[in-house]
Design a protein around this ligand. Structure first.
Ligand SMILES: N[C@@H](CCC(=O)N[C@@H](CS)C(=O)NCC(=O)O)C(=O)O
Length: 232
């Protein structure tokens, strides 16, 4: 896809969500164990959960479940009972949850102040905004593209509302590459440590422990993932 169209439509998707998932809100208690999210990037309901994670400044292990994905969808069906996304596993509370609204409520109850922010609590209006955002990126981060599974999960520093991070996440999703998502939205407590580690405040930033590669720049990240993991 032409780069200007790519970035422009990703920016439009963020605008459609009125900036939800750009800044951190009022985080509460921190989870001891990492949350696990089974989702796909193009799914509007999964978007709501990813926005909540950024607002609450929470990291999560993301297991991408694009359509026709051979690995993690099977796991969700086996453990959860059905192929419906998002599916959140919270090892801190022992809960595993379907339904985006239930997951968002769980996250704000346990890791925020309790109240779900307006942009995520408008029911059908919230869903409509999330669907519009997905419609602006048709098919991206929704369908599996054959890939070699990595031995170890990758790591991505990102925040939901960034148009550039979305482009990198879509590639990780299509290739079904699991990754530890470090949310560093505006106001994140993790930003200082991130700058210390990476040298500057810029996202997306990808670390691949399988190859030792560390990189900025969404277009370079997509090209790297394609040449390293895509098959055929
Ligand atoms: N009400 C559910 C709807 C979830 C839903 O319909 N998710 C779609 C993806 S956007 C799904 O799981 N489709 C089945 C599939 O992808 O195989 C929620 O808010 O979580």
């Amino acid at each position: 896809m032409n780069r200007i169209v790519d970035v422009g439509s990703s920016l439009a998707a963020s605008v459609a969500r009125l900036g939800a998932g750009i800044s951190v809100g009022r985080p509460g208690r921190r989870p001891e164990k990492t949350l696990e999210l089974y989702e796909f990037e193009g799914c509007p309901y999964c978007r709501k959960v990813r926005e909540a994670l950024t607002i609450l400044d929470l990291d999560a292990m993301v297991y991408p479940c694009p359509k026709q994905g051979p690995r993690f969808r099977e796991h969700v069906i086996r453990e959860g009972g059905k192929a419906q996304f998002p599916w959140l596993v919270d090892p801190n509370t022992g809960d595993s949850l379907y339904e985006s609204d239930a997951i968002v409520k769980h996250l704000f109850e346990h890791y925020g102040g309790g109240d779900v922010p307006l942009l995520l609590s408008l029911g059908p209006l919230t869903d409509a905004g999330a669907m519009l955002a997905s419609a602006l990126r048709p098919g991206l981060g929704a369908r599996y593209r054959a890939a070699k599974p990595p031995e170890r999960p990758l790591e991505l520093w990102s925040f939901e509302g960034s148009p550039f991070c979305r482009i990198a996440r879509e590639a990780l999703c299509s290739l079904e590459l699991p990754y530890l998502l470090h949310n560093v939205g505006k106001g994140s407590a993790g930003r200082a440590a991130f700058v210390e580690r990476s040298g500057k405040m810029q996202v997306p930033f990808l670390v691949d422990p399988n190859t030792g590669v560390e990189m900025f720049e969404s277009a370079d990240i997509v090209a790297y993932l394609e040449r390293t993991y895509a098959v055929g």
